[in-house]
Each structure stands twice: as C-alpha cells, then as structure tokens.
Design a protein around this ligand. Structure first.
Ligand SMILES: Nc1ncnc2c1ncn2[C@@H]1O[C@H](COP(=O)(O)OP(=O)(O)O)[C@@H](O)[C@H]1O
Ligand SMILES: [Mg+2]
Length: 261
C-alpha cells in the first residue's frame, strides 16, 4: 500500500533550553531510529517528550545539537510528515472523507485519485461507511481513527504521534493499539510514539526509549523482542512482564513510583 520509503531519524546531542523561562527541557539526547522502525518514547510528564517531537517535526529548533530526518538536517517542517496529537484537530465542517483528503488538497494534489486509498485506510480501522459523516457524529475513538488515517493518507515517510490515545477510555485505547499495529504492519512507516503508558509503549514498539524527569535525557532503551502481529494477551506473558518490570524499576529509581512499606 505504501510507496514512499520510510525515513530514518538521527537525533544528535540535542539540548533544548527555553531561555525566557530558564528551563532546560532536553539535555544531550542522542538517538538513531532506523527507517520503518516503531519507537515509543516513555517518560514522566514535563520531561520534554513533546519538545523532542516538535523539534523532529521542525516546529521548534534545538538550542544545541541537530536532528536529521531522511538524511536531511531539519530546519523547517520536513516534507511527507504525518502528525497525530492527543486532540484530533479534525475540521468539524468537513465530512470524514473530506478531512482525510485535506493534506492532499493542501499541497494541490489530486484528491480524487487518492479517494480509494483514503477509503481503504478507513476500512482498516473499521470506519467503512462513515465517509460522509461529520466529526460531531463520531465518538472520541472514531475521531482519533480518522486523525490517524489523515496522517497516513499522503504516504508520509515519518509518523509522529504525541499521546494520541491519552484522552480515550482504556478499552478504546486497547482497540486502537491493535488498529495502529495493523496500519503499521501494512505501511511500515517510521513511527515516533510518545506515551506515558508503560503497557502501550511496549505493546507497540520495536524499542522503548525511557526518559528521565526534566531535564529529559535517555535513561534506558529497551528492545522489545515480541513477534508480530501481537495480540493483547501478550501483555500477560513472562517476557512482557519482564520489560514492564524493568521500566517500573527505572521509574522507582527516579523517585517517580513509590510503594507503601
Ligand atoms: N514554549 C515553551 N516555553 C517555555 N517552556 C516550555 C515550552 N514548551 C515546553 N516548555 C517546558 O519544557 C518542559 C518539557 O515540556 P514538554 O516537552 O511539553 O513535556 P512532556 O511532553 O514530556 O510532558 C516543561 O517543563 C514545559 O513547561
Ligand atoms: Mg507532552
């Protein structure tokens, strides 16, 4: 289904200081992400996850260091980028299919030609037949599915997701984890996925990058060696528990999780 090659990302010793408020958000973050890899970024609130994503998206610039996407240093938003935020940012006055075709219209592309692909994406997330509905007629989970399809419709080389399921109930979130895996297996985009759910981070990723509290730096990188497609039941496996335990221990070491004596 996918035509455009996925991009690798190189994050080189990135420091981000918000000078006006004297906050160091990111401290010497270095990370190489292979084309087509799925990487989860996991960390406490305020550790700089969104800042890092914004820098990769060219929406903000590092104070030091650099970021290279698809071999090109980022100085402005790279072409062929898909972004999904916690809030879906759908246009209420446009139907589902017209929301999906927006990125094509923005770049002056032939949206008629892309319609079949847009419909195929909707089918993959169970939204066949909803093309002509309006966002206000959809549940939160359905809206977020549309937002993900919209991020994928123009065949990006990179997909950035910032807590895309953070506002959804637990069941819907599980379902969307399955559907995102399905889309990723069919498209093999490079994905940088920010979450603060340990379970979600492991379930989806090839690697989980764990951040320390602010100033955010990489505390550990965990390779997730679970075959795909993964079923939700894998979360009760011994291997999965091992990964989750390792991450919880890290968070305990940072003073973020404390048990009662
Ligand atoms: N534009 C900004 N100006 C000043 N401080 C900011 C700005 N954006 C983020 N910060 C600060 O940088 C830190 C990291 O923020 P953020 O990247 O949003 O964290 P996260 O997404 O991990 O919760 C926070 O302390 C936040 O207050
Ligand atoms: Mg954030």
């Amino acid at each position: 289904m996918s035509e455009r090659a996925a991009a690798g990302i190189r994050i080189e010793r990135v420091v981000k200081i918000f000078g006006d408020v004297g906050i160091t958000a990111l401290n010497e973050v270095s990370l190489d992400i292979a084309p087509g890899e799925f990487v989860s970024i996991l960390g406490p609130s305020g550790c700089g996850k969104s800042t890092l994503l914004r820098c990769v998206a060219g929406l903000d610039t590092p104070s030091k260091g650099q970021i290279v996407v698809g071999g090109v240093p980022v100085s402005a938003p790279p072409e062929h980028l898909g972004i999904v935020f916690q809030r879906d940012a759908l246009l209420e006055w446009r139907s589902v299919i017209d929301n999906l075709l927006l990125p094509i219209e923005f770049r002056g592309g032939d949206s008629r030609a892309v319609r079949p692909h847009a419909k195929a994406l909707l089918r993959m997330v169970g939204l066949e037949g909803f093309e002509d509905r309006y966002p206000s007629q959809l549940s939160g989970g359905m809206r977020q599915r549309v937002a993900i399809c919209r991020a994928l419709v123009d065949d990006p080389m990179l997909l950035l997701m910032d807590e895309p399921f953070g506002a959804l109930d637990a069941l819907t979130r599980d379902q969307l984890n399955i559907e995102l895996q399905r889309l990723w297996l069919a498209n093999r985009k490079t994905v940088l996925f920010v979450t603060h759910s340990i379970t979600e981070a492991i379930f989806l990723a090839d690697r989980v990058v764990v951040f320390s509290p602010r100033p955010g730096s990489i505390a550990d990188v965990i390779h997730v060696d679970l075959p795909r497609p993964r079923k939700l039941a894998v979360r009760t496996s011994e291997l999965f528990h091992g990964y989750a335990g390792r991450i919880r221990t890290l968070f305990e070491g940072m003073g973020l999780l404390k048990e009662d004596e």
